[in-house]
Design a protein around this ligand. Structure first.
Ligand code: SF4
Length: 221
């Protein structure tokens, strides 16, 4: 049987396996493991957070602590599950004491993130918090100014929508932030729908049937 080209899932998996041994920055010394990312390797929607924390470092999965529970709840609020999306961080290794990522660490790690984006080919990237937003937007504007405002960008050679959102951890410290997060998450299905090829929709007869299974209809599987 002739060799088949690698499917995107296999390629992402292979890239993740190679990144597991990364020593490009000092964070390699204190980590338990590289937290590469998790979710659907063909997802239309990708989330990018900041860096692994204590629990993520131990389990090897992003967003498994308190902020992860909040993220799950926010996803459920828009009829999405973790398996529908892909979740990664700017840094793949835990900074000691959960301190902020340093500029040289972000620079060292960003090839991993850009390669993930190339392989997953998301239509929408929701950046969670300041670090991911500033890195992927290429602008110094903070999350307070830009959250909830999508912008069209070319990232890793691909045209997509960047959609900044507060980091879910913000709601752990400031409960009122949960309303803002819910409001910003509520726009995600619409943004995903806006990025789909309009041709099939135009061909459908009027009136349109109600959307009863948003995740499937958005092509998230
Ligand atoms: S943080 Fe990124 S660049 Fe640094 S060692 Fe981990 S995977 Fe490599």
């Amino acid at each position: 049987m002739s060799a088949m080209p690698l499917a995107p899932a296999e390629t992402l998996e292979a890239y993740g396996a190679s990144a597991a041994g990364c020593t490009r920055c000092r964070l390699a010394q204190g980590r338990t493991q590289v937290v590469f990312g998790a979710g659907n390797p063909r997802a239309d929607l990708m989330f990018v957070g900041e860096a692994p924390g204590f629990h993520e470092d131990k389990q090897g999965v992003p967003f498994v602590g308190q902020a992860g529970k909040l993220l799950d709840g926010l996803l459920a609020g828009v009829q999405l599950r973790r398996e529908d999306v892909y979740i990664a961080n700017v840094l793949k290794c835990r900074p000691p004491g959960n301190r902020d990522p340093q500029p040289d660490e972000i620079e060292a790690c960003e090839p991993h993130l850009f390669r993930q984006i190339e392989l997953i080919e998301p239509k929408v990237i929701a950046t969670l918090g300041n670090f991911a937003t500033k890195l992927l937007s290429g602008r110094p504007l903070g999350i307070t100014r830009v959250h909830g405002q999508e912008q069209e960008l070319t990232i890793a050679g691909r045209s997509l929508l960047l959609y900044p959102i507060y980091h879910p951890a913000a709601a752990l410290y400031t409960p009122a932030m949960l309303k803002v997060l819910e409001s910003d998450f509520a726009r995600l299905p619409g943004l995903l729908g806006a990025t789909l090829d309009p041709a099939p929709l135009e061909a459908m007869p009027e009136p349109q049937p109600a959307v009863t299974a948003p995740a499937e209809q958005l092509g998230l599987f």
